[in-house]
Unconditional design. Sequence first.
Length: 332
Amino acid sequence: MAPPQKILFPPEKICMDWQQRQSAGAGLYNLGNTCFLNSVLQCLTYTPPLANYLLSREHSQLCHQQGFCMMCRMEAHVNKVLHSSDSAIQPWDVVSVLSRIGEHFEPGMPEDARDFLRCTVSAMQTACLSGSSDLDASSQLTTVVQQIFVGFLRSRVTCLSCNMTTNFYQAFLDLSLDIQAASSVTAALENFVKPKQLDGENCFKCSKCDKMVAASKSLTVHHAPRVLTVCLERAEDFTNRKISKVVEYPECLDLRPYTSQAAGEPLLYCLYAVLVHSGDSCNEGHYYCYTKASNGLWYKMDDMSVHYCDIDTVLRQQAYLLFYVRKLQEND
Ligand SMILES: [Zn+2]
Ligand SMILES: [Zn+2]
């Protein structure tokens, strides 16, 4: 990809470590089926590089957006939660703009937390780009939001007739893992990067052979994001039945074996939030989360309630989304 013409946010200004230390902030009142939204907002509030930026209020000082701006909304929300003396607040800053975050969101309706997360990050990215329309694609990747949350996958297709390889790159906001054949996140990641055969209907058009050929396709993480979100796919294909099994996940994850340069130094991530869906079906149930506050302690956040809990409890949940933050290494 061509180098960016403009750097919207200098990468060295992204602070991965908390700039202030405190115990957990306020809980969030449920405003009518808003647990999907409350749990996602709490996970975002305890995302260190995003929270550091929003707490600095740098965005709103420079924002010229007229009307709806998701970054201004998130900045207001995160500052309220972390600075409030009340035990819980009402998340109106976000609930009142639900249909601006995603047209399909209806007030009072239960929604999918992962969908809400994607729409929220995308609305924040749009806000970061406002005032800089007609930017080249590389420059659009230099917003603070993009640099925190977005990674790239490489899909490498190898023709089984002539061995020519072709690479494709795709941005990702979360790594979606199939858990049907895996009992742990690391096993699911191993399956994720395992080469898959393309044949029959899925044959590949090889430009060198100039015909449809059988091929092998392998996926790897090509650019590792600062914040890695992992989604454990709990909806069974076709039936949409919920897969309720326990899947183990580590507090510290080395992503290196699943990257395009699998042989390098460890690429370590620390768990800082776990979003849980409880209930027997994907279409109903309840969301809550566990997050690590800037004091290093874990809290269970279930709508308005916020309670201290230990790491063993955090690691034994029927997780839906896992949030990991890159651990700084000495040469970073
Ligand atoms: Zn703004
Ligand atoms: Zn070929």
